[in-house]
Design a protein around this ligand. Structure first.
Ligand SMILES: Nc1ncnc2c1ncn2[C@@H]1O[C@H](COP(=O)(O)OP(=O)(O)OP(=O)(O)O)[C@@H](O)[C@H]1O
Length: 248
């Protein structure tokens, strides 16, 4: 039977010296799913995500991403995924158009593909008049939407979003999430970390990490039922209270 699992994680572990940052986490992500990856500061989300993106070698355990092994096939993984983080996304001193041309080129896309996709994104984001402006001059919300569009420019199977909406207002975050839904409708799997619990409600399933371990994983509705909570905020607080780490 064909599996719809696009990410498989089995006791994946990362140690830094004697410190276990990610402690034997196990879960699967299904194709086209919006998977929320939550946890308090220092829980181990970024470390886990870096292993899944082929950027960091696990200490032990297994994982595959888009069918590729994280130990031996990280170049294939990098080609199959998109990545966007709050800290690194676009080149601020390049124009909107140049950023898209650069990313399209990095992923080996043809000039015709880049031209067509660039025109589509500019129109979709209503950014035609900003095409030749430096990205650094755009408001943060626009930068984030553009960064997301660029992260899926090469039509990856999965996109990893590391706190993509930090620092913008709720309306802009809602617009950003509409883009996420559209990408998921087009079959792109979304793996997203966030500290906003309203965003957790938008995910199909949510995992919550505490001190390097996945403490809970289910749909928002099931988690609320399981933890007898009215909101995801409350679920998160009940779990995060157990944490002994404080982050950095
Ligand atoms: N290169 C490293 N060397 C040593 N310790 C590290 C390293 N990278 C991360 N850690 C530690 O591992 C733990 C998990 O960090 P990680 O950044 O993965 O957490 P996080 O859940 O992403 O937190 P945040 O929400 O603050 O980004 C933290 O205690 C952090 O200090």
């Amino acid at each position: 039977m064909a599996s719809d699992k696009i990410i498989t994680v089995d006791h994946l572990t990362k140690r830094f010296g004697v410190f276990t940052a990610v402690d034997a986490i196990t879960f699967d992500v299904h194709k086209g799913e919006i998977f929320g990856f939550l946890g308090a500061n220092g829980a181990g989300k970024t470390t886990a995500m870096r292993m899944l993106c082929g950027l960091s070698m696990p200490t032990s355990g297994k994982a595959t991403v888009a069918g590729y092994d994280v130990y031996t096939q990280n170049e294939q993984i990098k080609k199959s995924i998109g990545y966007m983080s709050q800290k690194f996304s676009l080149y601020e001193d390049l124009t909107v158009k140049e950023n898209m041309q650069l990313y399209g080129g990095i992923y080996g896309k043809s000039n015709a593909f880049i031209k067509e996709k660039t025109a589509f994104i500019l129109e979709h984001l209503h950014l035609q008049d900003e095409a030749n402006k430096l990205v650094g001059s755009l408001p943060l919300g626009w930068k984030q939407k553009l960064a997301f569009s660029v992260a899926i420019f090469h039509e990856p199977e999965i996109v990893f979003l590391d706190e993509p909406t930090g620092g913008v207002d709720p309306v802009t975050r809602r617009e950003f999430w509409n883009m996420i839904y559209q990408a998921a409708d087009n079959g792109i799997t979304i793996f997203v970390t966030t500290h906003y619990m309203d965003e957790a409600e938008y995910c199909n399933r949510v995992s919550i990490m505490v001190d390097g371990k996945v403490e809970a994983l289910d749909t928002p509705a099931m988690l609320k039922q399981q933890y007898q909570s009215a909101t995801m905020d409350d679920v998160f607080l009940k779990l995060a209270r157990k944490a002994t780490r404080s982050g950095d």
